[in-house]
Design a protein around this ligand. Structure first.
Ligand SMILES: [Zn+2]
Length: 109
């Protein structure tokens, strides 16, 4: 039969082990969530980090880029109908607006 000290040691060891496992699971969950929330915010036209970068599959031959901020896409007169994503910080906050032509509704994405 183990002593009281042994029993406490066992209990303490068990608690620590459970705690470590919980931390491990939490860390793993966080990593998976981050993967899904990956956001593109680098405009390939002005080469700057912008809060309103979206992917455009357009036919404008003078623009060799797909991930473009709304200022650059307006300047190059690329219609919002060519927009494939609604993932930018502005889009999520409902602040994504196009100057050139209409802005598509977020329900379309
Ligand atoms: Zn830009």
């Amino acid at each position: 039969m183990g002593s009281m000290k042994d029993a406490l040691k066992k209990a303490g060891f068990k608690a620590t082990k459970d705690n470590n496992e919980r931390k491990h699971v939490a860390a793993k969950k966080k990593t998976d969530a981050q993967k899904h929330q990956e956001e593109r915010n680098f405009c390939e036209v002005c080469e700057l980090i912008q809060p309103d970068v979206e992917r455009f599959v357009h036919r404008n031959p003078t623009v060799d880029a797909e991930w473009i901020c709304s200022a650059c896409v307006d300047k190059n007169e690329i219609h919002d109908k060519f927009r494939k994503t609604h993932q930018s910080d502005f889009a999520k906050k409902g602040r994504y607006r196009r100057e050139f032509g209409p802005t598509r509704d977020k329900k379309e994405f």
